[in-house]
Ligand binder design. Sequence first.
Ligand code: PEP
Ligand code: MN
Length: 344
Amino acid sequence: MIIVMNKKATREQIAHVVRSIHTWGLKAHVSKGEERTVVGVIGDESKMAARPFGALPGVESAMPIQKPYKMASREFHPAPTQIVIEPRVKGGLRVVMGGKKVVVVGGPCSVETPAIMIKTARAIRKSGATMLRAGAFKPRTSPYSFQGLGVEGLRILAEVREETGLPIVTEVMDTRDVEMVADVSDVIQIGARNMQNFNLLKAVGRTSTAVMIKRGMSATIEEWLMSAEYVMSQGNQRVFLCERGIRTFERATRNTLDLNAVPVVKKLSHLPIAVDPSHGTGYSDLVAPMARAGVAAGCDCIMVEVHPNPREATSDGGQTLDLPSFDRMVKQLRAIAQAVGRAL
Ligand code: PEP
Ligand code: MN
């Protein structure tokens, strides 16, 4: 249910609406816009049906949210959401996801040796990246492929953040590791293969760490937004999405990067959206063109795989940029960001 308050509604009237919602066993979420306040109501829909929301003093209108996702919807929260990632180390970067600046995230697919990680982090920061990515726990198609460094990988990531000031994005695959990963990372990544692992979504929803949900390879945009809803329903509102390509009949690329998702998500939701052209294409020479397209389409973040020597990367080397290519790509993205009213 969305309750739109009158332009002239008083603070007392808004507080009374919120109190009534709580008395009826429902949750209220107040969004103060420039012109008016909107109160979103969440909870059991059968409990809502009989309640006279529209008759409360100061209420202009009350209408049900048509979409199955509520807190993730634009109706619920008309203004775009910004997620602030505060620095956790001295000299660390403060990152705003969903602001005017397009955030560039780079790093190897898997956590590599401390020397490789530090070299990569320093180089990408110099080029203009403001976050480092790398998986300590890796979802591999084959059980015989490298599975990631695990706990040791998390330790390396924390050390690299300490050295370079770059906040960290890393994946969690198991509910048992959520606390540990949330403790180290600035952004928890939910991988494509876990997009509908509802217990994992609920577990990260109980943390206060920002969460990036990658789109499942055959998930519709609505299913993806429902995954965001799962996290938000547990109390963690610091959620953004990442388009990383979907399965289609096309085999020339690893996946088909669905850039339609960028304006569609912007229309349906207030959550920021990232684009990952590394997994979206599967080939390093296709990464920069599709990153440019992502920024042109209006995404809030570009996340790519980078390694000083992609041929030696422990995973996904074929879609990984080397440091000079990454630097060239960021320069191009800066120009495109400016052309569409953003910055980088
Ligand atoms: C990754 O980011 O390295 C990764 C495994 O991504 P996805 O879940 O999109 O395949
Ligand atoms: Mn990868």
